[in-house]
Design a protein around this ligand. Sequence first.
Ligand code: ADE
Ligand code: ZN
Length: 336
Amino acid sequence: MPNERPPAVDRLRTLPKAEVHAHLEGCFEPAVLEQWATQARVPMPRPREHLLEFEGLADFLHFLDWACGLASTRERLAELSYGYSRRLADGGAGYADVIVNPTHWRAWHGRLPDMIDAIDAGLSAAEQDGLPPVGLCVSLLRTQSSDAAIELVDALLALRHPRVVALSIDGNEAAAGRTGPRFAEAFRRAGAAGLRRTVHAGESSGPQGVRDAIELLGADRIDHGVRAIEDPDLVGLLVDRQIPLGVCPTSNLKLGVYPAIEDHPIDRLRRAGVVVSVNTDDPVLLGASLVGEYALCSQAFGWSDDVLRTLARNSIDASFANADVKARLAQALSSW
Ligand code: ADE
Ligand code: ZN
């Protein structure tokens, strides 16, 4: 019922922007998961009415293994990827970098080229239908070994698939401990070969994780990064180097990083001069939409149109889109 949407939301939809922090793993519709589980005779992890209630990051990541395990065919993976691009268009975004972490997708283990090809098929079909282009950030898991990480990077570099724009790392830093040193060589190889680097840190880790992301992993961008606020020197470093943070407020609330939006540091980071953008993380599973995230923050922090323009501009600049896409989006933004 589009006519009943509040005008502010409609207006936020027209803001030209990009999304730089979202996971393909977070895009499953619960009804589809239930259908696939029934077909495969795989038990549901909990009753349908509580399916998307998570006890924190560890529980959430465990759920991802279950959900991704059901996406066993090329068609399912392609459709999921197509659906993400359609969701982007619904939110008025003109480009996204999307993360996929092969460790979650059991049916595809040992078949990385086929997996990337299936995702690429869905994203290419979306683009042909006029939906926004999407770059792929292939992700390591914090609890993997150094050897497994290097193996993945070497496989990506041998493949050189044009859809892949970056190496990423996600997962649970609280469970893994300090792992920056463990992944330094994998990130060094990726960077030396021209892949961009994006690093989850400062969500399940504190400031040390963010510092390691910069100093050991050479992060071009940090996913979350919000707990940098606990260390003023680190905030200064992010400002000096203009390293962007892909912030996901609803995710941080749902996974227990902060109790309420009023406690969330996105606005304090922004006012300190950190380059922040607004993103969904795991949109369907965590109930976040891009426009909804802008609306949530605008309302909580009283953001003006100028602030919204700056945040949208940050999202475009921080993205790994090519120069043409960036220029087109920046041009559209200048007349918003
Ligand atoms: N994978 C998917 N969502 C994630 C998050 N919020 N943190 C770490 N890894 C993730
Ligand atoms: Zn994330």
